[in-house]
Write a protein that binds this ligand. Structure first.
Ligand code: ADP
Length: 941
């Protein structure tokens, strides 16, 4: 190598070394002076380099402390903090950036560093050479203070938030430029009545009532001052205005300046302040008043001093006469006095005795009064006297006096008033009062004058006749006592007597109540009373008893209703009658027409004849009824009293109706109330028959099933004949009605059964003619009992005849006494035959009753006296034909007459064929029976 070249090389190397030195120095200085702590670890983990900042951060007393000896991988402190792991990560090439709290106080830290906690921002990274890690560098930045400040800030913000949101005072945060409300607390929501979200859409001018320009000024002012206090009027959501005081301070909110306002409601306080102010004002004005009054008092004093003068003038010119008397003489007299006394000047009277001017009649009184005034100093009240004028005329005056010392002399100041005019008016009023009272009391109706409360001030004599009250006892009472009830009282009040009543004069009808409590219809004429000024002062009421009028009207109404009802009845009757007459007429005309036909059989013919006869009877009965009611109406009916045996009479009726009831399968019972000997009475048999028949007919008509009972009993010297049924019954409300002419309870029902509604009317009229009546007890569906009550008239002197009648011994025509055997299973049929025998007088007889064929045969075998037999055919045990056969075999000449319900020719033939001598059909006809009897008895004679 050339020397030059070497020299160059050396120079070059030297230059390189110098450069390297320079660079080394540079890096060392940089590392040393960097504001971060830097610690460099070699690849074994030993601490290699620590700069002065790091020393400062860790509080290492000297720079070499631990360097070279401190191994990050094995030192207990770093292991405890797991820094060895971080080193390993970095060694492997990772770059780690973190904030980490180094607790240098841990006991594992053996090094002579600070013993406290520090927070570092730490960056750990490897330094590589040729892709191999040579060093691991840790760069520390102490952020302990900063993090503490941040934490404190966060805490203080939290505290602020708490205070803010939970503050009892309303708080708002407002953005100054836009005046937008950006935050509110709960109290603000409650106070303003808006929700938070509503408030956050609002601006402060939506709450504050200040005009916008002024508000903006206020905001600018607040901005300058930092913290302010103002009073505003804020509007709530419901429109109410509240006086508020607002503390505003600037705060940083969302990194921007805002106003935080604290709002206090001071409305109450303001009100109180206002009241205080008012009260002060009041005290002040009271004080002023007091001052004024004081001044007035001073003034008054002055006035009093003046008034004496005035009084003097007043007395002189007073309209009333005034004089002063001392020692019984006139000492002073005013102008009116001169006029009253009829003198022209005071001199004429002064010094004159007072007594001279009074009428002698007044002297005693005047004397007493002057003594009292002059000597006893007693005030004298008003009193009337007669005074004599200068011209001698009399004047009625009223005087009063007060004791008066006039220039040292005892006397009196006397006031005199002319009352002659008043006297005249008084006597006029008295006259009028008398006139009024006479008039007032002579009114027949009750008259009261009341005050506005309806309390009686005056009542007339008419009150006694109308209500039974003495006028005096009514004074002060309320007019309510006249009314039947509270409602009537109130009603009349509303109509006229109350303040707000619609009319001031009115006539009306109401209900009154007299002193004894009896109610009656009344009419009142009421009118309101007014005084001269037109004010309402009370009422006059004139009260009239209108019961007579009401009764009369009611009677008229009733009569009208009756007439209408009668008219209705008549129409119904005509309809009914037409039906009733038409039915039998149809029967008569229809079947009479058929009888014309030559070709009909005898049987049919007799059947038609029967219908015609029945219909005729029905028609006749209707006509009879109508005629009877007409004669009853015109009172042409006469009573034909005759002796009759009630038992027999009822027996006959029983016999007739028993037949009818049998057809209807409705048993009929008879109860006799007295023995035969006591049942002899005097009455009108025809009428009695009509009545009881009708009752029985009705019982049959209106009883669909059950039974009928008839009978009689004695009660209080009256005979009560009754007919009882178990039929449809009659409602109690119709018990009276059914006795009216043409009345029927149920039109449909009676139409079905026929009838004109006359039966009971006729019966009742007839019962009355007999001196009795008909009553009934009945209920719907429970049957009816009709009672006919008639006087129990007995014939005491006809007992002889009576016994004859009961023994049924007619006058004999011949002296023979016949024995008649009646074979008849039906009791009633036997009774009927017995009755028929009793009625005839041609033959004397003894009746024997056999209840069946067997008994008839037995009796015949025993009793040889039997003259004739009436033989029923249909009988239990043994029928009539069989009995006839047996009897005839022993007594072929004993006449036997068959009596059957069958009436045809073939029936007759059958009877004769069975050995009977003759035949009679039921119901037995009296004439026919006795004709046959005679015929057969004669043959045996
Ligand atoms: P009528 O011809 O309608 O039977 P009455 O004068 O005899 O006339 O009777 C009047 C009414 O009284 C009858 O229509 C019936 O409604 C009622 N009546 C009479 N008797 C009886 C009875 N025994 N049971 C029920 N209703 C009766």
């Amino acid at each position: 190598m050339e020397k030059n070249a070497l020299t160059n090389k050396i120079t070059e190397l030297e230059a390189q070394v110098a450069e390297l030195k320079q660079a080394n120095f540079l890096y060392r200085s940089i590392i040393e002076d960097l504001p971060f702590g830097i610690q460099i670890f070699d690849k074994e983990g030993y601490s290699f380099k620590v700069n002065s900042k790091q020393k400062q951060l860790l509080g290492l007393p000297d720079k070499e402390e631990g360097i070279g000896r401190f191994n990050v991988l094995s030192d207990p402190y770093t292991v405890a903090l797991e820094l060895d792991k971080i080193y390993k990560k970095a060694y492997k090439g990772e770059r780690i950036e973190r904030q980490y709290e180094y607790n240098l106080a841990l006991k594992e830290n053996r090094w002579n560093t600070k013993k406290e906690k520090r927070v570092f921002n730490e960056t750990i990274f490897p330094i590589k050479q040729k892709n191999k890690t040579e060093f691991v560098v840790s760069v520390l930045n102490d952020v302990t203070e900063e993090t503490r400040r941040i934490r404190e800030l966060a805490e203080s913000e939290e505290r602020f938030r708490n205070i803010y949101y939970n503050n009892l005072a309303a708080m708002l945060i407002v953005e100054p430029e836009t005046r937008k409300i950006v935050e509110v607390n709960h109290a603000a929501e409650n106070f303003y009545g808006y929700t938070k979200s509503q408030l956050l859409t609002m601006k402060i001018e939506n709450l504050n009532t200040l005009p916008l320009a002024e508000l903006q000024n206020e905001m600018v002012k607040d901005g300058e001052q930092g913290q302010t206090y103002s009073q505003f009027k804020h509007k709530l959501s419901d429109g109410q205005i509240r006086e508020v005081e607002v503390y505003s301070s600037k705060i940083l909110f969302n990194n921007k300046m805002h106003f935080c306002s604290l709002i206090h409601n001071i409305t109450e306080r303001k009100l109180f302040e206002k009241q205080l102010q008012e009260q002060t004002q009041e005290y002040y004005s009271l004080f002023e008043e007091y001052k004024a009054q004081n001044e007035q008092l001073l003034e008054a004093k002055q006035k009093i001093e003046d008034s004496e003068k005035h009084l003097r003038l007043l007395v002189e010119y007073a309209p009333d006469a005034i004089f002063i008397q001392t020692g019984w003489k006139f000492s002073y007299i005013n102008k009116s006095g001169l006029k009253l006394f009829g003198v022209s000047s005071a001199e004429e009277l002064i010094g004159q005795p007072v007594m001279d001017k009074f009428h002698p009649d007044s002297h005693d009184k005047i004397k007493q009064r002057i003594i009292s005034l002059n000597e006893k100093s007693q005030v004298q009240g008003l009193s009337e006297q007669v005074f004599i004028k200068a011209d001698g005329t009399e004047v009625h005056v009223e005087t009063s006096g007060i004791p008066f010392n006039y220039y040292g002399k005892n006397g009196a100041l006397v006031f005199v008033r002319d009352i002659s005019e008043r006297k005249k008016i008084q006597s006029e009023i008295l006259k009028q009062k008398n006139l009024f009272e006479t008039m007032f009391n002579s009114i027949q109706e009750g008259v009261v004058i009341t005050n506005t409360e309806r309390e009686i001030l005056l009542a007339n004599q008419g009150m006694l006749t109308t209500f039974g009250y003495q006028p005096a006892e009514l004074i002060g009472k309320k007019t309510k006592i006249f009314y039947a009830d509270e409602e009537s009282f109130q009603k009349t009040g509303k109509k006229i007597f109350n303040k707000e009543a619609s009319q001031s004069q009115k006539n009306y009808l109401t209900y009154y109540k007299d002193k004894k409590g009896k109610e009656f219809p009344g009419e009142t004429f009421g009118t309101k009373l007014y005084d001269n000024a037109g004010s309402w002062i009370g009422n006059i009421g004139i009260m009239r008893d209108v019961s007579e009028r009401v009764t009369f009207i009611n009677e008229l109404k009733l009569a009208k209703e009756k007439a209408e009802a009668a008219n209705r009845l008549k129409t119904e009757f005509l309809n009914n009658m037409s039906h009733e007459i038409r039915t039998p007429m149809n029967g008569i005309m229809g079947f009479a027409e058929m009888l014309n036909d030559k070709n009909i059989s005898d049987e049919k013919r007799s059947y038609f004849v029967k219908i015609v006869q029945n219909s005729s009877h029905q028609l006749l009965r209707i006509i009879d009824d109508i005629l009877e009611i007409a004669t009853l109406e015109t009172q042409q009916q006469r009573v034909n009293e005759e002796p009759l045996n009630l038992n027999d009479f009822l027996m006959e009726l029983f016999a007739v109706f028993n037949l009818k009831s049998k057809e209807r399968n409705l048993p009929i019972y008879l109860k006799k109330g007295l023995p035969n000997s006591e049942s002899e009475i005097i009455s009108d048999k025809t009428k009695l028959n009509k009545i009881v028949s009708n009752l029985l007919e009705n019982a049959l008509k209106y009883t669909p099933e059950g039974y009928i009972e008839m009978g009689y009993y004695l009660e209080n010297k009256s005979l009560v004949i009754y007919v009882k049924d178990t039929g449809i019954g009659i409602s109690p409300e119709n018990h009276k009605l059914i006795f009216d002419r043409f009345s029927q309870e149920d039109k449909e029902m009676t139409r079905k059964h026929g009838g004109l509604g006359l039966g009971l009317a006729i019966s009742k009229e007839n019962a009355k003619l007999l001196g009795g009546d008909i009553t009934l007890i009945s209920e719907k569906q429970k049957g009816s009992t009709f009672y006919l009550t008639i006087p129990y008239k007995i014939i005491s002197d006809v007992s002889e005849t009576n016994s004859n009648a009961t023994n049924n011994k007619p006058e004999p025509t011949d002296n023979k006494n016949y024995t008649v055997l009646v074979a008849e299973d039906e009791e009633i049929n036997f009774l009927f035959i017995e009755a028929l025998f009793e009625q005839q007088k041609a033959i004397q007889y003894d009746l024997i009753h056999a209840k069946n064929g067997k008994e008839a045969v037995d009796i015949c075998m025993k009793n040889k006296n039997i003259d004739i037999i009436l033989m029923d055919i249909k009988m239990p045990l043994m029928n009539g034909f069989e009995a006839t056969k047996q009897i005839k075999s022993s007594f072929p000449h004993l006449p036997i007459i068959a009596q059957t319900a069958y009436s045809t020719e073939s029936d007759r033939k059958l009877a004769l064929k069975n050995g009977c001598d003759n035949f009679i059909s039921k119901p037995l006809k009296k004439e026919k029976l006795f004709e046959l009897m005679n015929q057969h008895l004669k043959t045996i004679q």
